[in-house]
Design a binder for this molecule. Structure first.
Ligand code: ADP
Length: 583
């Protein structure tokens, strides 16, 4: 007891010495570190990142990262990768995590700070130590191999594994989630129990018609019907897996409120990836990160596996009875975008780095056909500097758009293509999304943008006009006219019909926006049971595709809230059908 007390006292003394930092170690003797547990902090994407590092005299034995403000999914994926890399190499000679550079840089900095306190020679730890040569991944064999761990691939994996099949997912990035993690809005579905509970009348028919109209009547009718028919069950499925998509609002291009979002108004993508990851872990599905599929293997015209590169670039094969392509779109591959759409040169993108269209190239090499491949969507409201996307839900919840002169110029709730075109017609091709404190308090996404420093803040409209370099009288008149429209329920200028917030009270928050490459609607041709169709019009045996890699569901323009529904609905079908049909 006495001894224990003494230890506690020594620890307390040390804590005091290191100015409030929890460090409970013993004195460094011969080793690299003073044994104990130390904390370090650094600034991440959304706030402070903390690392707690435990060391013995010569080994890092545990690292715990606390990064509550990093984008969920991206943050936890990055933490896992950083911890693994540092623990395995027992060094700080590790790379940042591609796709999560800011978060992982902060995590490495926080760990470095903790190790500094442990008395480590940081420079020595940063020098790469000669390790044993990286092992080459051996060839594998499985029932179903899935390429891509975004929403579509993970949904397919849950269904196939639930059907009792052995599944391997290969993911070329160091973290799961793909573009799905970036989905900020929600999931469209009609005739859901959640709509009914909220007293919203909506029908599948209206959902179908809205989507067909938004897609300029170019959508594949059978694929769209499949989407509409399975959407409500898909929302329930995500909620049963632990999601909380129980708030329904109106989104661009929808007649009725049908976008199901997390109850706190936060982004949908991280929620979807979180619940799917948890389920896959429970089902013990193997996800091979840093593993890039390079080729689909065929025998007698049927897909029989893939060729891939392991994390060290070594080629290996995975033999399988079915292959599901869920590689997402090609919005981050500017060469491919410009190849299919020479008019879209020089746009920024909202997409993650891995959205390079690999699935399209690999499937074409085995005879797959494409559909609507030139249909590429630009999202109206992205940050002009970084391409960071501000959710469409903000406009649905009450934000308006003004131009650099302080005037409104569009019904903010028209479809993405129309709103984007209208923004591009304004001075410098930019606009400002105007919101206020009332909206910030209700909307977690907006609160996040403000916290991350994207918004210009001002107490009054006059101050805001000054900050944005526009005429205060013009801005005040614009806002007064809009407030009247909200009160009278009639927007005489632009005919916006969904009028929620009069935006009369400050403080105000303005987000500068411009359109950026967002969604590639075109892609592989599939049938309603996700078989990849060849250029000869016949299904390629053993080959399935789902998610953004597929074309036809959205036609010429995707309605906000339909992407997540698409990947879950068709991902589930791909997993179920591949499991049923594999021989
Ligand atoms: P979806 O919304 O259709 O699920 P996402 O973009 O969310 O699409 O996910 C697709 C995933 O596929 C991404 O995580 C991406 O990194 C991964 N991916 C793309 N190409 C390959 C490839 N060649 N090998 C392995 N994974 C890939």
């Amino acid at each position: 007891m006495k001894r224990m007390l003494k230890t506690i006292l020594v620890c307390l003394a040390l804590v005091t010495m290191v100015a409030g930092i929890a460090a409970c170690g013993t004195k460094k003797t011969e080793g690299k570190f003073n044994p104990g547990t130390y904390e370090g902090t650094a600034k991440g994407h959304g706030g402070e990142v903390k690392a707690k590092v435990t060391v013995t005299a010569d080994k890092i034995t545990e690292i715990v990262i606390d990064a509550p403000n990093e984008t969920e999914g991206i943050g936890s994926g990055a933490a896992k990768a950083v911890i693994e890399n540092i623990m395995n190499s027992q060094s700080l000679a590790v790379d940042t995590v591609s796709g999560a550079t800011v978060s992982s840089t902060a995590m490495i900095a926080a760990i470095t700070a903790a190790l500094e306190k442990a008395g480590a020679d940081i420079e020595a730890l940063k020098k790469a130590t000669a390790t044993t040569p990286a092992a080459k991944q051996e060839d594998l064999s499985t029932d179903i191999v899935i390429i891509g761990a975004g929403g579509a691939g993970m949904s397919a994996a849950v269904e196939a594994a639930t059907a009792g099949k052995k599944v391997i997912i290969v993911e070329k990035m160091p973290i799961v989630g793909g573009n799905t993690t970036r989905a900020t809005g929600g999931m469209n579905a009609a005739e859901t129990s959640i709509q009914a509970a909220a007293g919203i009348t909506d029908t599948k028919e209206t959902f179908y018609n809205d989507t067909m109209k938004g897609g300029k009547e170019k959508n594949d009718p059978a694929l769209l019907q499949t989407l509409v028919d399975n959407a409500a069950a898909a929302v329930d499925w995500i909620n049963e897996l632990g999601g909380d998509l129980k708030r329904v609002t109106l989104s661009g291009g929808a007649t009725n409120p049908r976008i199901h979002t997390p109850v706190d108004g936060s982004a949908v993508g991280p929620v979807v990836i979180k619940v799917l990851s948890a389920k896959l872990e429970a089902l013990k599905v193997e996800i091979m990160l840093n593993t890039e599929a390079t080729k689909i293997l065929t025998k007698d015209g049927a897909a029989v596996g893939i060729e891939a590169k392991d994390e060290n670039g070594n080629p290996f094969k995975i033999e399988a009875k079915a292959v599901i392509i869920a590689t997402g779109g090609f919005g981050a591959n500017s060469e491919m975008v410009e190849g299919f759409r020479p008019d879209l040169v020089g746009f920024s993108t909202t997409n993650h780095k891995g959205a390079t269209g690999d699935g399209i190239v690999m499937a074409q090499a085995v005879g797959a056909d494409l559909t609507d491949i030139g249909e590429i969507q630009i999202h109206p409201t992205t940050d002009p500097e970084t391409g960071y996307m501000f959710t469409e839900g903000l406009r649905g919840d009450g934000a308006i758009l003004i131009n650099a002169e302080g005037k409104r110029f569009t019904d903010e709730l028209l479809t993405r293509d129309v709103v984007s075109a209208n923004i591009l017609k304004q001075t410098d091709g930019i606009a400002y999304l105007i919101t206020n404190e009332e909206m910030r308090a209700e909307n977690a996404s907006l609160a996040g943008y403000v916290k991350k420093g994207y918004a210009v803040e001002a107490a009054t409209l006059a101050d805001l006009a000054k900050e944005l370099g526009m005429d205060a009288a013009v801005l005040e008149e614009t806002m007064a006219t809009y407030a009247e429209a909200v009160k009278s329920g009639k927007d005489a200028e632009f005919n916006r019909t969904h009028l929620t917030k009069s935006l009369e009270e400050g403080p105000y928050f303005a987000l500068k926006v411009t359109p950026g490459i967002h969604h590639t609607m075109g892609g592989l041709k599939i049938d309603t049971t996700t078989h990849v169709i060849g250029t000869d019009g016949k299904a390629i045996a053993g080959l399935y595709a789902a998610g953004e890699v597929v074309g036809g569901v959205h036609g010429a323009n995707r309605i906000g809230g339909n992407a997540v529904t698409d990947i879950i609905v068709f991902g589930k079908i791909a997993g179920q059908i591949a499991a049923e049909e594999m021989k």
